[in-house]
Design a protein around this ligand. Structure first.
Ligand SMILES: Nc1ncnc2c1ncn2[C@@H]1O[C@H](COP(=O)(O)OP(=O)(O)OP(=O)(O)O)[C@@H](O)[C@H]1O
Length: 282
């Protein structure tokens, strides 16, 4: 449950900076009649470049709030949040990450292809290059026959796939994902999990991934951050080290190391001490 040291000083090598450094972050919402909700308290978390970290915990424990603070969609009441050594605000302005959140957030007047191309368009990427990249991504998320459709002509899960493709358009070094697979059927969800693993290993992107699913968190993650509510805080960080030679392919779902990881996260969620992981899971 240790966390790596925070790097808040400027280093000459940007690649050596953590993808995310959160130190003592807290968030208080002011609600009706001046009442306050302490959504997060004392959050310390470092995510290294290329690392996959999931946030899991009961409803209301602050998972989405933490992700929103990192994405600068809301501001912390206390503490510090750095993204690749920059303030969350600067990182947002510099488009340091891709975002795929619960609601797909697509532009209804743009086709699937045009939605996926949007971030590239905003950054002045030429038409041919945009189209080629969109084509790759449309294929990746299995929407080849739907490239010209509009969001209201797609199922919720298909809309979510468009949003994921859009978040990948600029090959970001960091992806912030809030239950991106929540609306998908189980088979599509597992396929998308595998695609995400592949994409991350190919691009070296770090990911912070909010989920309610323990198996999903274990399948995807290097570390699973377990949170508890009132106020939202980190109660444990479970490392999922599957040992040498174990890839995150479909067969992992039937691997004893995977089951042991699921058990470790479940116990952490339920507040039981996590047994030291055995030889299968280090
Ligand atoms: N804009 C807001 N105004 C007031 N309170 C808020 C706001 N956003 C979140 N909260 C409160 O902060 C706490 C954390 O909410 P958050 O949505 O981050 O939890 P979560 O763990 O993502 O929940 P879920 O798993 O249900 O999505 C909750 O008590 C919630 O009611």
């Amino acid at each position: 449950m240790t966390d790596t040291a925070h790097t808040t000083t400027t280093t000459p090598d940007a690649a050596a900076l953590p993808a995310i450094s959160v130190r003592q972050a807290g968030k208080i919402f002011t609600v009706a009649k001046g009442a306050e909700v302490q959504a997060l308290t004392g959050i310390d978390l470092t995510v290294e470049p290329g690392e996959f970290v999931s946030l899991i915990g009961p409803s209301g424990c602050g998972k989405s709030t933490l992700l929103r603070l990192i994405a600068d969609l809301d501001s912390a009441t206390s503490g510090e949040i750095l993204v690749f050594g920059k303030s969350a605000r600067q990182a947002r302005l510099d488009q340091e990450y891709g975002i795929a959140f619960q609601s797909a957030g697509l532009l209804p007047w743009r086709s699937v292809q045009a939605n996926i191309e949007l971030p590239l368009e905003l950054h002045g990427v030429g038409k041919a290059e945009r189209a080629a990249r969109a084509e790759e991504l449309i294929e990746l998320v299995g929407l080849t026959d739907f490239r010209s459709r509009f969001p209201d002509q797609l199922s919720g899960g298909m809309q979510q796939r468009v949003a994921i493709a859009r978040s990948l358009a600029e090959r970001p070094k960091l992806l912030l994902m809030d239950e991106p697979f929540g609306a998908l059927d189980e088979m599509t969800r597992e396929r998308m999990q595998q695609e995400l693993v592949r994409i991350c290993s190919e691009t070296g992107a770090a990911v912070v991934f909010v989920t309610h699913s323990i198996p999903e968190a274990v399948f995807l993650s290097d570390r699973v951050v377990v949170m508890s509510p009132r106020p939202g805080r980190i109660v444990d960080i479970v490392s999922v080290d599957l040992g040498p030679g174990t890839s995150r392919s479909d067969s992992l779902r039937e691997n004893p190391a995977f089951f042991a990881g699921v058990t470790a996260v479940r116990e952490a969620l339920h507040g039981s001490p996590v047994a030291p992981l055995g030889a299968d899971i280090r």
